[in-house]
Design a protein around this ligand. Structure first.
Ligand code: PNS
Length: 158
């Protein structure tokens, strides 16, 4: 059985994330979408909320489940028996950072990192920009899954 580990902050999940998860679901037997417990920036959504949103957004794929992890990604990958870490690449600007992580993770445990090129229309899409647009009153309904749009609206209007 092949297992893909798709790690991230997912604060919040966007249509770009789902595009990557969809590709993995079609290729791997099992896909574990893992939310980092302590992202580098203070998250808008806490860990439970980020995982709940992922669960709602990924219901359509029976071989996708969410999880959370703390500490080194490679330790979590070993724990779940992941065959590969999968990350999305939006543009060449993502490459340098992601390549560095891939090489470090390979050095630490030998695990393979695979990159999925996101759809071109998601090339500019990021969780940070989504939050900024909503905070300033813009609409992101065509950029995030419906449960995320609802959660963002609730967060910024209540
Ligand atoms: O959504 P992001 O911000 O691109 O996710 C980054 C993430 C969570 C994949 C990365 O920060 C990570 O792997 N964190 C775990 C800590 C770790 O293993 N650090 C060494 C990586 S080389």
């Amino acid at each position: 059985m092949t297992v893909a580990l798709v790690p991230g902050s997912f604060d919040p999940p966007t249509n770009g994330h789902l595009d990557v998860i969809a590709r993995c679901a079609a290729i791997f037997d099992e896909v574990v979408v893992a939310v980092v417990r302590n992202p580098s920036k203070e998250p808008l959504f806490d860990l439970g909320e980020r995982q709940r949103l992922l669960d709602e957004c990924c219901q359509q794929w029976k071989n996708v489940r969410s999880a959370s992890f703390d500490g080194l990604l490679v330790d979590f990958a070993r724990e779940i028996g992941a065959d590969a870490i999968v990350k999305g690449l939006r543009a060449i600007t993502d490459f340098d950072h992601e390549f560095q992580h891939a090489q470090m993770n390979r050095h630490l445990s030998g695990i393979v990192t695979m990159f999925v090129a996101t759809k071109p229309e998601f090339g500019y899409l990021s969780s940070s920009l989504v939050k900024e647009v909503v905070r300033l009153g813009g609409s992101v309904t065509d950029l995030v899954p419906a449960p995320v749009a609802a959660a963002l609206e609730e967060r910024f209007t209540s």
